[in-house]
Design a protein around this ligand. Structure first.
Ligand code: AP5
Ligand code: MG
Length: 213
């Protein structure tokens, strides 16, 4: 299956992506995760990305389009399919993705659109914790680790500070609608209510995807 997962920052894209990958075996391509890995390795691309990400701005399209196209061209994608998380995020990126998929002879099969009111998101992002060893995402209140929360084993994202979150929400709200409209026209969009328990959100997504395979 070749899929996109879309939604505002904190909507639950990464949380649901992990579950989709586990059940359906697709490759998870998160542009945010790719940038954070490059930042951790202090590559040139990582240093460039950091100057945008920490403020909550978007990394320039030409950089982002390049890394996605390269990843989509790798051998495992045709075999396993993919779930793109956090891309496209501008209408220009959507057009670049259409062109890249056409070049590679790959057909997009569905867009999961997680809907949630923006008033819920600050609380989600400010409580997000990520396990240092496994990279798994939890929430201090909404999804605490089963083994208990030991502060030393977890970190919080730099861009989850309130100033960055405010900017991320502004940027993503301004860019999101034309992208969804682009895919709605193609009949690919499945709207999912994001303000529900994590397991219920997944069960709604699972129903949609089970009809696609
Ligand atoms: P990215 O990493 O994609 O961040 P984002 O879109 O802001 O989304 P998040 O990862 O913050 O949220 P999420 O929807 O994955 O939520 P999660 O599941 O973690 O991008 C970061 C930055 O990189 C961008 O700002 C930009 O600078 C750059 N970038 C990335 N892609 C780019 C692109 N295409 N173009 C240009 N720049 C790009 O959940 C959040 C929290 O809520 C967690 O704690 C979770 O446990 C909890 N939670 C999840 N679901 C529920 C639920 N149902 N109920 C209660 N709590 C829940
Ligand atoms: Mg994410």
């Amino acid at each position: 299956m070749n899929l996109l997962i879309m939604g505002l920052p904190g909507a639950g894209k990464g949380t649901q992506a992990a579950k989709i990958v586990e059940k359906f075996g697709v490759a998870h391509i998160s542009t945010g995760d790719m940038f954070r890995a490059a930042m951790a390795n202090q590559t040139d691309m990582g240093l460039l990305a950091k100057s945008y990400i920490d403020k909550g701005d978007l990394v320039p399209d030409e950089v982002t389009n390049g890394i996605v196209k390269e990843r989509l061209g790798q051998a495992d994608i045709k075999e396993k399919g993919f779930l793109l998380d956090g891309y496209p995020r501008t209408i220009e990126q959507a057009h670049a993705l259409d062109a890249a998929l056409a070049d590679l002879g790959i057909q997009l099969q569905g867009v999961i659109n997680i809907e949630i009111d923006s008033s819920k998101l600050l609380e989600r992002l400010s409580g997000r914790i990520i396990h240092k060893e496994t990279g798994e995402t939890f929430h201090k209140v909404f999804n605490p680790p089963a083994a208990g929360y030991n502060e030393n084993d977890y970190y919080q994202r730099e861009d989850d500070k309130p100033e960055s979150v405010k900017r991320r929400l502004e940027v993503n709200m301004a860019q999101g609608d034309p992208i969804i409209a682009h895919y709605r026209e193609k009949g690919l969009v499945h709207d999912i209510e994001g303000d529900q328990d994590i397991e219920i959100v997944f069960s709604d997504i699972d129903k949609v995807l089970s009809n696609l395979v």
